[in-house]
Design a protein around this ligand. Sequence first.
Ligand code: HEM
Length: 475
Amino acid sequence: MRETTSYEGKKLPPMLGHSRGYVPLLKHALALKLWPLGLLGDGRKKHGEVFGLDLAGQKTAVFSGPAANEAYFRAPDDQFSAREVYKFMVPVFGKGVVYDCSPEIMSEQLSFLLPALKEQRLRTYVGYFNEELDRYFAGWGDEGTADIYTSTNEVTTFVAGRCLLGKDFRDNMSAEFAALYHDLQAGINLFAFYAPHLPLPAFRKRDRAREEIVRLVSRMMAERRKSGKTEEDFTQTLMEAHYKSGSALPDSEIAGLILAALFGGQHTSAVLSAWAIIEALRHPYLLGPLLAEQESVLGGRRTFAIEDIRTMPVLERLVLETERHHPPLIMLMRKVLRDFHYKDFVVPAGWLAMASPGLSHMLPDTFDRPERFDPERFAPPREEHKKANYTMITFGGGKHRCVGMAFGLLQVRSVVAYILRHFDLELVSRSPSPDYSGFVVGPTQPCLVRYRRRKQAQIAVPNDRSSAKAEGISA
Ligand code: HEM
């Protein structure tokens, strides 16, 4: 049957044809699962900034490039709905929380997190980062081999435990909490997207885990209320928050918002930190300037403050280039509730709409030789990301832009700076490729590194000219 190409006198986004991996019933869905960026790249090459995919019967418009991204992120909630797409997270966050609310209540709930993300709090959290990093990496000993992604995952879980739930909870953060968190994560899969309440063992475990987490968090808050002790963490902020109506948040909503912050920030930060280390090791000419910068900012100091991390532009550019190559969320989705017009096209109600950090970050119109890992593209005078708005969309954009961006970036930079400063590292595994099997795209494991702890005084700054030569890159 011929594909319809117009709707109410306007053009529909041109559909991508039979690509590699196109199969009759699933259409583009299988290819999108197996090699998402290959498929999206083909669509962009053939059709430009807006094109259509057929995901097993669900028509989806893909937007890419600064102008189309801007239109996408500026669409209002009653036209492009995040809630309709992400409601498979409701069993994880709980009833009446975030995607289970009207857009107005969801905004109000997310605004309760903001005082926990203010500058003064970030300063406090950097103190926690120092403690958690020292504590975790003491376990590495002086030398050995470790999976860098497992390590960044573990350390960011401890950091999250500390910043979200407080010191007492973190100190007693048992294998029990780790197991519950694992069961919640395992309940986020393809089935959850279509039918989150199927009677599957993974969903039963997910539901039990959430109930148990609510119980643990409620008990911890009850103890805090009883003792009158306050802490500088997300839980405290939420315990003190009130709706415009004057009512305080029930415990289950506080637990749900804590889980939303945990799911938003932990895995994503772990992925970026691991990739940044892997990329620095793949491009050893970067190590010299990174270590020299740390030396000049920190000197012999053991701990770092927020200002230190903020005055490390070489580190900042490493993380930016890592974000560009490896955005943890490669596809952001919305349900189209009302027809959406963009230039000559109309995307009809009922379609899905996608913006893709993975695709937009690799466009040669925006980034010079985009496949090259080149942090200096972000340095003046090049500043390729400043050619237009919405070139870098690692954290989304518009109304639904990530609320935890400043926290997440500070955490990633701190973890990366700490690891590079304290250890001499070498990549043992073959360079890992992205693992597209999950919702958050990390490196395929194993990603083993061999490490040796540096003595503080021994931070050897490699001669970057010679290592740049070895990489075949002119300095
Ligand atoms: C480096 C780490 C992070 C990355 C890459 C990241 C990425 C993103 C992206 C792409 C979005 C937009 C989703 C969309 O438009 O569909 C988003 C939203 C969100 N993020 Fe993050 N995030 C990170 C860290 C965090 C942290 C630390 C928190 C919490 C403290 C957090 C909480 C949230 C929340 C609650 C939203 C939903 C905002 C809304 O819909 O209005 N994220 N994040």
